[in-house]
Design a protein around this ligand. Structure first.
Ligand SMILES: [Zn+2]
Length: 293
């Protein structure tokens, strides 16, 4: 399942293909994604120019010249691929000639830039929606989201205040999109390892009684930002290094410190621990029981 760094990598990959370009033609092969596409989906896109591509948590937001915003979510298995029309000038090295319509290419954007952007989603948990820019604040999908973890506003004080009085585990608190937006199972595990905090620790222990942050909150925020920035950096270099033979954006080789490393040695310097897997709220947690306190 794509998490924030993958979505940010997709955003950066879509930018040269879509930003400043017009939707010349939109093909919908299957409109029944997680929710049905709006009936006027094609009409509201075709002929409109993309004026910017942003991200909020795991949502991609394409601003359109009409004042609408195209909201896109990858769901569990969604992916964007960027190809170029036969004979179109190369926009970036990772664009590939498109061979044929793939089975799960549900939505295809033909851009005036010469790029063909396909949305492929075998499980169809992904979604697209068009919302007027002025109504974005009322959008229920975005309204419930907590702060953006890489935003300047997200700091130890903000995280501690959100965890104040919370008797759930840190793992559960960080997975709650209202506490911090866009973190999933993988990066919660990785951030906790970097902060040397146990995923089982009670969330309220990163705050004092007044809700003021303690040193654990500082470490945790630093861990979250570092792990996300490193992953986005890795995604960026995978875009540059031309590692995607099929034009796929967003999935790249990761080097996790604990995630999916059960039974392996902890990578914390001088720590003799072995990575352990436990189940919390139905999801696997990977952590080092020695250095994560
Ligand atoms: Zn360790």
């Amino acid at each position: 399942m794509p998490e924030l760094p993958e979505v940010e990598t997709v955003r950066r990959g879509l930018e040269p293909a879509m930003d400043g370009a017009r939707f010349a033609k939109v093909d919908v092969h299957r409109g029944d994604l997680r929710w049905p596409l709006p009936k006027d989906f094609k009409e509201r896109l075709q002929g409109k120019t993309v004026t910017g591509i942003g991200r909020r948590a795991k949502y991609l937001l394409a601003d359109l010249s009409s004042g609408d915003v195209l909201l896109m979510h990858l769901g569990m298995s969604g992916s964007f691929h960027v190809f170029r029309e036969a004979g179109a000038k190369k926009l970036a090295r990772y664009y590939h000639e498109r061979e044929k319509h793939a089975t799960h290419d549900h939505v295809v954007f033909h851009m005036s830039s010469g790029a063909i952007v396909t949305f492929n989603d075998p499980r169809r948990f992904g979604s697209m929606k068009i919302v007027p820019r002025g109504k974005l604040e009322d959008e229920p999908l975005l309204g419930r989201l907590g702060p953006e973890p890489l935003g300047n506003a997200f700091d130890a004080a903000m995280l501690a205040a959100a965890c104040k009085g919370k008797k759930t585990s840190l793992k559960a608190a960080l997975s709650d999109q209202r506490v911090v937006a866009g973190l999933g199972n993988i990066y919660v595990c990785e951030a906790l390892h970097r902060a040397l905090l146990s995923p089982k620790r009670i969330a309220s222990t990163i705050a004092g009684k007044s809700g003021a942050p303690n040193e654990r909150a500082e470490r945790l925020v630093a861990g979250i930002k570092a792990v996300l920035n490193d992953a986005i950096e890795a995604g960026g270099s995978s875009l540059r290094d031309h590692k995607r033979p099929d034009g796929d954006l967003g999935y790249f080789q990761h080097h996790f410190r604990v995630y999916d490393r059960e039974g392996k040695h902890c990578v914390t310097p001088r720590c003799p621990g072995i990575v352990k897997r436990i189940v919390q709220n139905g999801r696997s947690t990977f952590y080092c029981p020695v250095c994560q306190k």
